[in-house]
Design a protein around this ligand. Structure first.
Ligand code: DI6
Ligand code: FE
Length: 412
């Protein structure tokens, strides 16, 4: 009997395994008639059933009865820790006022900044809890949470600490991203460069010292930060040895993706206005293109991200919820799988890659999560489906049977 399997604490038999491993040459990286073993929270074995003898195995055997096993879902872009809500702004937008107009008149992101600053850390945790619980319940095992609604040293740190406190209550991997450069706070309205100074010289170094985030993000847009300001922030992030992410090409083409690719950013996100030169720049990097169909849908956008060109240049595509109160108050990554296909013409397989292997790359953790491969974390989902495409095709039907985090099973 194979050493690996023999050492496993638990094994799953009779599962159809969608590894999502690009090295497995089958749709969804699927393996038939394989057994998967887990030890110390990681995948310890993945072997053809013909090569093993179950009589010698004394650990726990879980019979998956023909259900499909996939990697845990990874939501690689959320802003889910915030205070308040923006239904009033939603109503305004339905009357024809644009997102950019609302932002310019002091609403939008800034109204959430006020609500978030007014909460203490524990209140922020409790207001954010239902959003995280919704993601966890549908099979998210890794989530990224950004700050960005504090915009002072104290309040940005408060959000990152709240994210950590909240996530610790669930079987979940957390990746935190500092998005102090989300918008210029009112205190710096007449001197935005001084705010960028604060972000680069104080907030980023402090977050690094306290180990409160793994990456730095910036919103590059006419209503937010310029290319030059982004570059300053990237330089500060690099100096602090933090990963780089960017909100780019959402409402206009600023060429920010090409800039970020030059810094080997983990991901560039949104991308409706990304052009071919930007895509060529991404191809030369390891940067992931993250699509956010929830924001496209919720803002009623019409310009779609250039999916065909991303395919042509073989840029890895991730798909995330962008969960936030202004442009995507949609606490469901399963919904994004469906929207990625219906709105952006991704295939169901591309959509699932976007929430597993490519999402892990977008968070700088592709070595340890995102596929069912020996040595990686045993974050796995067991689904009562006949075809993995059903994960993108259906929405709302309860098909998750087991949620496995670091090898531990929770029934759902
Ligand atoms: N782009 C977005 O879609 C979100 N942030 C960003 O930079 C929106 C955030 C909000 O409206 O509160
Ligand atoms: Fe976002």
């Amino acid at each position: 009997m194979n050493q690996n399997l023999h050492n496993s604490e638990k094994i799953w038999i009779n599962a159809r395994i969608a590894t999502m491993d690009p090295q497995v040459e089958a749709p969804y990286g699927a393996l038939k008639n394989h057994v998967i073993g887990v030890k110390n929270g990681c995948i310890s074995a993945l072997l053809p059933v013909t090569e093993i003898n179950l009589d010698d195995f004394h650990g726990e055997i879980i019979n998956a009865q023909g259900l499909w096993l996939t990697p845990g879902l990874i939501d690689s872009h959320t802003h889910l820790v915030y205070g308040g809500q923006r239904a009033g702004e939603f109503t305004q937008r339905l009357q024809g006022i644009s997102y950019a107009e609302i932002a310019k008149s002091g609403g939008g992101i800034l109204s959430t900044v006020t609500a978030t600053r007014n909460l203490d850390e524990d209140q922020l945790v409790e207001q954010s809890r239902p959003r995280l619980e919704a993601l966890v319940a549908e099979g998210v095992t890794t989530v990224e949470i950004k700050s960005g609604y504090g915009l002072t040293l104290k309040d940005e740190l408060k959000i990152l600490r709240a994210a950590e406190k909240l996530a610790a209550d669930y079987p979940l991997r957390l990746r935190r991203t500092l998005l102090a450069a989300h918008t210029v706070p009112p205190e710096y309205k007449s001197s935005p460069d001084r705010y960028v100074d604060l972000v680069c010289n104080e907030i980023i170094p402090q977050v690094a010292v306290e180990d409160l985030a793994e990456a730095v993000d910036v919103f590059c847009e006419t209503i937010a930060f310029s290319l030059e300001q982004c570059e300053r922030i990237f330089t500060a992030a690099q100096k602090a040895e933090l990963g780089i992410k960017i909100h780019a090409e959402q409402l206009s083409n600023s060429h920010a993706s090409a800039l970020a690719a030059g810094y080997n950013a983990w991901s560039v996100d949104h991308l409706e206005y990304l052009d071919e030169a930007g895509i060529a720049a991404l191809q030369k990097s390891e940067t992931v293109a993250t699509l956010l169909p929830g924001a496209f849908y919720f803002l009623g956008e019409t310009r779609k991200p250039p999916v065909d060109l991303l395919r042509k240049y073989r840029v890895p595509i991730a798909l995330a919820s962008d969960l936030n109160p202004g442009s995507s108050p949609l606490a469901s990554l399963r919904l994004m799988l469906n929207m990625g296909c219906v709105l952006f013409s991704l295939t169901p397989e591309e959509a699932l890659k976007g929430t597993t292997c490519h999402a892990s790359q977008a968070l700088g953790i592709a070595e340890t999560t995102g596929t069912l491969s020996v040595g990686k974390a045993a974050d796995m989902l067991l689904w009562d489906i006949d075809d993995p495409a059903q994960l993108a095709y259906q929405f709302g039907e309860k098909s998750l049977r087991q949620r496995i985090f670091a090898g531990e099973i929770s029934d759902v």
